[in-house]
Write a protein that binds this ligand. Structure first.
Ligand code: SF4
Length: 308
């Protein structure tokens, strides 16, 4: 039997593109988010912690350069031979500022030694034409991609999550970015309590229709410093077990087109704030279990393409 690679990983994609190991350095550039500052709402997305989805970045202290220096110092024990980096603007909405401030932040990252690219996490409603033009210009100078939170293609889920933008807004943003040949990655949350497996696979089928560079999959985390944490403490609800999650990821991989890069198969929220599901705390074990499941069941990306 031919043993297929289970999926097209980010590591593999970056090695192909840059000829070696590339490390992402997470940055909190000091931006905020219209879903937190009152422009759209002040509560934020239901799952979002006080740190704006940047729970592993110590805090917005110091310059971009000093944050990158600190991350390299921390990571060098693990990857001593790495010489190439991607600056990952992770916390909050990283295009929610004036063009002059965005330029200042991104250019500082670009001037860092051995930077080969920039990854920008943002909302689809924070990408006006001027910003997209600037991103296009940047993409001619470095490997740039934009990460957009979609989470789910279902309007009821988006409403429950208090995302504050519509599917149409996501589609417009993807369309505008891809027209300018800017790579796009979609974030998806797996395991919302009101979604079935078919609902999840319908979202995967939906994102597969776009020319995405990649997707990032996360189990729904419930953090005590998020609105969802407060809801869950009052009225706990059933979450996916590790086995259910692994099965779901397998079904997702089977229908994903082969060119879509899998940036992440599971996330690990800030353990000190995690209320549930506790099995996500051990990310290494979850990844080992996923790989074992793929191997034993001969599951690989695109195995059942066009099923949905
Ligand atoms: S868009 Fe991002 S930073 Fe803003 S509330 Fe939602 S998850 Fe948090």
């Amino acid at each position: 039997m031919i043993q297929h690679k289970p999926f097209y990983s980010l590591n593999e994609f970056l090695r192909e593109r840059h000829g070696g190991k590339v490390i992402k350095l997470s940055i909190d550039a000091g931006f905020t988010c219209p879903n937190r500052d009152g422009s759209i709402s002040s509560g934020g997305c239901i799952f979002c912690s006080e740190k704006g989805s940047g729970d592993f970045i110590p805090s917005h202290v110091g310059s971009i350069t000093s944050q990158m220096d600190a991350s390299i110092a921390m990571l060098s024990k693990k990857w001593s031979k790495s010489e190439k980096y991607i600056a990952y603007f992770q916390s909050y909405s990283n295009t929610y500022a004036s063009i002059s401030l965005l330029k200042k932040r991104y250019e500082e990252a670009l001037s860092f030694p051995n930077i080969v690219g920039i990854a920008i996490a943002t909302r689809p409603d924070c990408l006006d034409d001027k910003t997209i033009s600037y991103l296009e210009e940047l993409s001619h100078r470095t490997h740039l991609w934009v990460e957009l939170g979609l989470q789910s293609a279902h309007a009821a889920t988006a409403k429950w999550m208090n995302l504050g933008y519509s599917l149409d807004c996501f589609e417009q943003a993807v369309h505008k970015l891809t027209l300018k040949h800017i790579e796009v990655v979609a974030h998806l949350i797996i395991g919302s309590p009101y979604e079935t497996l078919d609902d999840i696979l319908a979202t995967i089928s939906y994102v597969s229709k776009f020319s995405l560079q990649g997707i990032k999959l996360h189990m729904l985390h419930i953090l005590d410093n998020s609105p969802l944490g407060q809801i869950y403490l009052k009225t706990p609800f059933k979450l996916l077990s590790k086995e259910d999650y692994i099965f779901t990821i397998g079904e997702i991989l089977k229908i994903l087109p082969p060119h879509i890069v899998i940036h992440r198969l599971t996330g690990d929220g800030d353990a000190s704030h995690l209320l549930a599901p506790l099995w996500t705390k051990n990310k290494k074990q979850v990844l080992n279990d996923l790989n074992h499941y793929f191997k034993v069941n001969d599951i690989y990306q695109s195995k059942s393409l066009n099923k949905y």
